[in-house]
Write a protein that binds this ligand. Structure first.
Ligand code: FES
Length: 127
């Protein structure tokens, strides 16, 4: 089923997001296996949500983009730092660590590149 088939045409709304980020916030309490929730991933999710919201809000070319940052359950990459999935890229960003600024900047760069791609795509669609 394509995205257009999934749109909420019955209600006059558009379903889905142009850019959807999933941050694993799964937290294991009694396990030797690491978990993203124990690596401060909820703070990462909150930080990305605020940053992306401001990024889109402050750019007239990006304001129409529908973006969302969600918490997700375990993505099964638990031993590799916090796991973040970026859609529609379908890309998984691993080794994200709140105490390593370069890893936060790396994921923001990936997201920013996708925002730019979406803006250009919208512009070419309207021409
Ligand atoms: S707990 Fe996050 S990938 Fe498993």
């Amino acid at each position: 089923m394509s995205k257009s088939e999934l749109s909420g045409t019955d209600t006059g709304t558009t379903a889905g997001y142009d850019l959807h980020i999933f941050v694993c916030t799964n937290k294991r309490e009694a396990s030797t296996r690491p978990s993203c929730g124990n690596m401060n991933s909820e703070a990462l999710r909150a930080q990305l949500k605020t940053w992306l919201g401001q990024r889109v809000k402050n750019d007239p070319k990006a304001q129409a983009l529908r973006v969302r940052v969600n918490a997700s359950g375990c993505l099964d990459y638990c031993e590799q730092g916090v796991a973040v999935a970026i859609y529609p890229l379908g890309e998984l960003q691993l080794h994200v660590q709140m105490n390593v600024p370069d890893s936060i900047e790396a994921i923001k760069s990936k997201i920013e590149a996708e925002v730019q791609r979406l803006i250009l795509s919208r512009q070419s669609d309207s021409e």
